[in-house]
Design a binder for this molecule. Structure first.
Ligand code: NDP
Length: 479
């Protein structure tokens, strides 16, 4: 099969290529991983921790290269150069948490309902986990599922996005330094057909990406009757109440909406501001937005980079055009700029928006900030919940108590109070579920993230006399 060209988001030119895997390639890799998995599982969590600790050292030694490759793939955003360190944090965290998570699943006691029966637990890993990941945070989103699956004792076959393969190539150079890990962790490159081939081989699937593709993945998994965990898009609202500190609110909203050029699933995608402070808030937000610099000259400089996937700019431009055609006003930004072949959009604040506009309903995935005035708290909650999605939501109010009272009524898995973008704070402690189209399956963060990859068995031992069929008191004789 021919090569697939990979575009550099900063130049718009192809400067890399991948060879898409064939179905036979995927089947061969899956079969090799399956053959190695029993030994990996048999090592126990302690043994696997030893291997993963060695991998952690290999990642540490290449952290800078990983960051460079990620910046090359994505065009350079704030977190690009931190990807190596984020990976180290991910693996290091599971080194501490995985033994505890396994211990919490152990059970060995006499049954309360049949006191002569001993009940023991056993956990069994799904042999082969398929991970299909998107382009917007190519390393982090590939590893968020793959790392706990490996700690659980599974083999993992990863299918990263064809748009951002460079960072995965560097990552796997580190994996190959640890042969025991390389035996159970591999990847295949290619587009959607390769993703489908992975689904055809795996025992469970973790998918991160868009709603339409997620639906196809769910259908393919249903056909095979294998579980799938879907992390899909968001249309995350932020409510700013009448009592909020305007400076704090504008700062948090701007960062939450334009970070990584807005190409983050939990970006602030729509803002509801009390009508009394609407104009003052917009004025402050626009003034702050004017200070955001593009990273055109240097990916390490500036605040926001180009669109990682050039065609994403067309989706964002279409949302802006639809809003303007229906009466919205562009307060700043608004036009996609092509600079040295990269496609950029400055923070774009829109007012006069309504819920019949795509920019208030569909995921935009760009640095847009549509702001809508609301009349009272009930109105704000109704508008925020008027969505098919439910990934995260934010509330900024005069007090944390006021924000919490509103946050408890919002339909989303992560509710950020008095700030936006607090997802990283959830890491390792407590996972959260998605609502609506934002996905389904167990949380991918926290101890339940590891449990997704384990089936539990019960071993029931009769320690007393066996029951005689003629001794039927247990059927209620004489009652
Ligand atoms: P896509 O849904 O287009 O693609 C995701 C992955 O699925 C890619 O690897 C893609 O391959 C692959 N794929 C495409 N078609 C199929 C198919 N028919 N069967 C199996 N796999 C397939 O998402 P994007 O890459 O465009 O990523 C952006 C989206 O991801 C946004 O909507 C965003 O909200 C969402 N996202 C969700 C997050 C969350 O945690 N909830 C986090 C980050 C992003 P290829 O790219 O090579 O075509």
């Amino acid at each position: 099969m021919g090569k697939l060209e990979v575009i550099n988001p900063r130049t718009g030119q192809a400067d890399h290529a991948i060879v898409p895997a064939t179905r036979e390639d995927v089947a061969a890799k899956a079969s090799a991983l399956r053959a190695a998995q029993p030994a990996w599982e048999a090592m126990g969590v302690g043994g696997r921790c030893g291997v993963m600790a060695r991998w952690l050292q290999a990642v540490k030694a290449r952290a800078a290269d990983i960051g460079e490759a990620d910046a090359h793939d994505t065009g350079g955003c704030h977190t690009s150069y931190l990807q190596g360190f984020i990976t180290m944090g991910n693996v290091g965290g599971w080194l501490e948490d995985a033994p505890r998570a396994f211990a919490a699943l152990e059970y060995d006691a006499m049954s309360p309902s049949m006191p002569t029966v001993r009940v023991q637990s056993q956990v069994v890993a799904y042999p082969l986990v398929g991970v299909i990941s998107p382009w917007n945070a190519p390393l982090m989103l590939a590893l968020l599922d793959a790392v706990p699956a490996l700690f659980a004792g599974c083999a993992v076959l990863l299918k990263p996005s064809e748009i951002t393969p460079r960072v995965i190539e560097v990552l796997f150079e580190t994996v190959r330094e640890v042969p025991e890990l390389a035996a159970v962790f591999d990847y295949v490159t290619g587009a959607g057909d390769v993703g489908q081939a992975v689904i055809g081989e795996a025992d469970t699937i973790c998918f991160t990406g868009s709603v339409p593709t997620g639906r196809k993945v769910a259908v393919a998994c249903a056909e095979r009757l294998i579980p799938c965990h879907l992390e899909l898009g968001g249309k995350d609202p932020c409510i700013v109440t009448e009592t909020a500190d305007l400076e704090r609110a504008a700062t948090a909203v701007l960062r939450g909406a334009v970070y990584a050029t807005g190409q983050v699933c939990y970006s602030v995608e729509r803002v509801y501001v009390h009508q009394v402070i609407h104009d003052a808030f917009v004025e402050k937000l626009v003034a702050k937005a004017a200070e955001v610099r593009l990273n055109t000259d240097n990916p390490r400089a500036g605040h926001i980079g180009p669109f990682t996937h050039g065609p994403q700019a067309d989706i964002v431009a279409a949302h802006i055009a639809d809003a303007v055609a229906k009466g919205a006003k562009v307060e700043c930004g608004g036009a996609v700029e092509e600079i040295d072949g990269g496609r950029y959009l400055r923070p774009t604040v829109l007012t006069g928006v309504t819920h019949d506009m795509a920019i208030m309903q569909d995921e935009t995935f760009g640095p847009t900030i549509p702001v809508m005035a609301y009349a009272d708290t009930e109105d704000a909650i109704r508008l925020a919940n008027d969505t098919q999605f439910g990934l995260t939501a934010s509330v900024i109010a005069g007090t944390a108590e006021e924000a919490e009272a509103i946050g408890r009524r919002l339909n989303a898995g992560g509710i950020f109070l008095q700030d936006t973008f607090l997802t990283f704070a959830k890491m390792r402690t407590f996972g959260s579920d998605s609502f609506g189209w934002s996905g389904h399956g167990a949380p991918r963060i926290g101890p339940e993230s590891l449990r997704r990859f384990l089936r539990r068995k019960s071993l029931l031992t009769q320690t007393g006399a066996v029951a005689d069929i003629r001794d039927d008191h247990h059927l209620g004789k004489g009652a």
